[in-house]
Design a protein around this ligand. Structure first.
Ligand SMILES: Cc1cc2nc3c(=O)[nH]c(=O)nc-3n(C[C@H](O)[C@H](O)[C@H](O)COP(=O)(O)OP(=O)(O)OC[C@H]3O[C@@H](n4cnc5c(N)ncnc54)[C@H](O)[C@@H]3O)c2cc1C
Length: 558
């Protein structure tokens, strides 16, 4: 019996579950782990793949949120900075400090608009000048002074700034540089959170491609998409962590809510060596004339840039369109007029919907990125409460999960057992503390496994200290590099397929690895990957072809 069938068997054998979590984005999986560590068995299901929503489509910044200061969201910025530091500590294998530079086109610009926004007025943010930015950065440094994990900010005068970042618009007066953090493998960290939960509490279960279809006799009916089979579970509490889909999910459970007002945001991945060189090791954080903040940062040998902010009604239909591609390229030209990035250099695009709270009439950029929990008590044929998780940021998922867990624990008359503030995640456990120790760790792994150091380094970058498991594979076939992706081996890909809930080729390519993100999901590569995972997942030739076609469609650049 494969892992999925075994999980389904266990759910059917024990339909009484303490907590049913709907939605396997970072907030859902964060809550699964949070509850598991408090001794509560959760069942988490996602209608699609885990992390297929906003959690795999973010800008990858683990940040305080400098611009939220304009909205007087000091509490959110403070919480985000504290959580940023927790992630640097608990997931050092994929969260790292990120040097961030803001080009400044004036010293006093934007102060009036910032003042109006600060006083609660609904106006678009203006181009922010040096004085406003400096005040925000001072607050950043002040909040983190007791647990400083990143250097403090500084300003650079025009001439030096243009030398530091070649290609930057010569009309700048200065740049401001500060440090936040970024996450290299957001998707993998979510899978690690699920694994940590299931390891801590073997009664915890998680299944992708399972959706609720309604309530019957007080039980939630779930449908297993691959088989079409339905089964019922009887939860004591349901947590709706379906992000932008919260209201749609509630409607499916017979509850009418208007909690959400999502906006879609798209990003491009570009293959532009000149831009990559200009950015060096930093993110550039800049503004379009319409006040929207955009970013560009190096990601391995490519550059990720974005994003847009457009109101949408149906999160399932959100796609990056040609107009957004044009908007992002035009915006970049305003900051880097010396570097031409063309549409041909776009190797991948992704689009997600921010699960923002409903906010009629507000300027989108000013809608709060804070989080809250709405509770709808038992009602009529529904004997359990529904906790809807509204809003939030990737950065603050742990704090949000902690608050949601406390609410659920209190209602179930259970006590919190421990804090997750300092609990490492997945391959972040026992991760070497600094560059020197990391190099020694990689050298030891290479020596003991007989792998080349470069291969050991790749494994550590992907899996943290869990690289040890992958490196232990000694079978010659398992160690064979793929012809189309020589930095991956057959054994590595098979291990992911067998152990990480892969149901479709796109799960592997888009959400368990950076293959799609780096624009490497060509037809040849997908064909080879389908051959490697096919036997492990029981795919015949026809299914393999179908998977390749679907994956090509999913990863096509607009
Ligand atoms: C463009 C963009 C940029 C962003 N940048 C940043 C950033 O730089 N830093 C930061 O901190 N945050 C950022 N965010 C915000 C962050 O990504 C989100 O706040 C976070 O990922 C939300 O997680 P979630 O689990 O609530 O929702 P999601 O990740 O959207 O997960 C919801 C899940 O629910 C599933 N689902 C839907 N309906 C059902 C159902 N009926 N039953 C079961 N499952 C269902 C979906 O398939 C999905 O997997 C960004 C977001 C976007 C869109």
């Amino acid at each position: 019996m494969n892992r999925r069938d075994e999980t389904l068997r266990r759910i059917r054998a024990r339909p009484d579950v303490p907590v049913l979590i709907l939605g396997g984005g970072v907030n859902g999986v964060g809550l699964l782990r949070e509850l598991a560590l408090q001794g509560v068995d959760g069942l988490l299901v996602d209608k699609s793949d885990f992390v297929a929503g906003a959690s795999s489509k973010s800008s990858r910044m683990i940040h305080g949120g400098l611009r939220y200061l304009e909205n007087r969201e000091f509490g959110l910025v403070r919480e985000s900075l504290v959580e940023r530091n927790h992630l640097l500590e608990n997931a050092p294998h994929c969260v790292a400090p990120l040097k961030t530079t803001i080009p400044l086109f004036s010293w006093f610009g934007g102060l009036v608009r910032s003042g109006l926004i600060f006083c609660g007025s609904s106006v678009r943010p203006g181009s922010r000048g040096g004085v406003g930015v400096k005040a925000g950065l001072w607050f950043y440094d002040f909040v983190t002074r007791k647990n400083r994990r990143t250097p403090t900010h500084f300003l650079t005068r025009r001439h030096q700034a243009l030398r530091d970042v070649p290609g930057l618009a010569p009309t700048i007066v200065a740049t401001a540089t500060y440090w936040d953090a970024w996450i290299t493998q957001a998707e993998r960290l979510c899978i690690e959170l699920i694994d940590d939960a299931c390891r801590a509490r073997p009664g915890c279960l998680a299944l992708n491609y399972v959706r609720p279809t309604g309530i019957d006799s007080g039980a939630v009916v779930l449908c297993d998409e691959p088989s079409g089979a339905t089964f019922a579970v009887r939860p004591r509490a349901v947590v709706n962590a379906t992000g932008a889909w919260v209201d749609i999910t509630n409607a499916g459970l017979g509850l009418t809510t208007r909690y959400m007002g999502g906006t879609k945001g798209s990003h491009l991945v570009v293959d532009c060596p000149a831009l990559h060189r200009a950015l060096g090791d930093r993110m550039v954080y800049y503004q379009h004339d319409d006040g929207r903040v955009c970013i560009a940062f190096p990601f391995m040998d490519k550059v990720i840039m974005g994003s847009t902010d457009i109101r949408v009604d149906d999160p399932g239909a959100a796609r990056c369109d040609a107009q957004e591609v044009e908007y992002m390229l035009t915006t970049l030209r305003g900051v880097f007029p010396g570097i031409e990035v063309s549409r041909r250099q776009v190797v991948f695009a992704f689009c997600g919907v921010r699960p923002l709270p409903a906010s009629e009439g507000q300027v989108l950029a000013n809608v709060s990125r804070g989080h809250s929990i709405r509770v709808d008590g038992p009602d009529g044929g529904r004997p359990f409460p529904i906790y809807s998780l509204i809003g939030g940021k990737w950065t603050t998922f742990r704090a949000f999960a902690e608050q949601a867990a406390d609410r659920v624990l209190a209602d179930l008359n259970l006590e919190r057992r421990c804090s997750t503030e300092h609990v490492p995640i997945g391959g972040g456990k026992d991760f070497p503390a600094d560059e020197e120790q990391r190099a020694a760790w990689i050298a030891r792994l290479a020596r003991e496994s007989g792998l080349a150091e470069s291969r050991a380094a790749d494994l550590v970058a992907r899996y943290g200290t869990a690289a040890e498991t992958c490196a232990r594979e000694t079978d010659a076939e398992a160690r064979r590099p793929l012809a189309s992706l020589p930095d991956y081996t057959v054994g590595e890909i098979r291990r992911i397929a067998e152990n990480e809930y892969v149901e479709h080729l796109a799960d592997l390519v888009c959400r368990r690895s950076t293959i799609a993100l780096l624009g490497r999901a060509t037809e040849t590569t997908l064909g080879e990957l389908a051959e490697v995972v096919g036997p492990a997942l029981g795919w015949d030739a026809q299914r393999r072809r179908r998977e390749v076609e679907q994956c090509l469609a999913e990863t096509r650049v607009p």
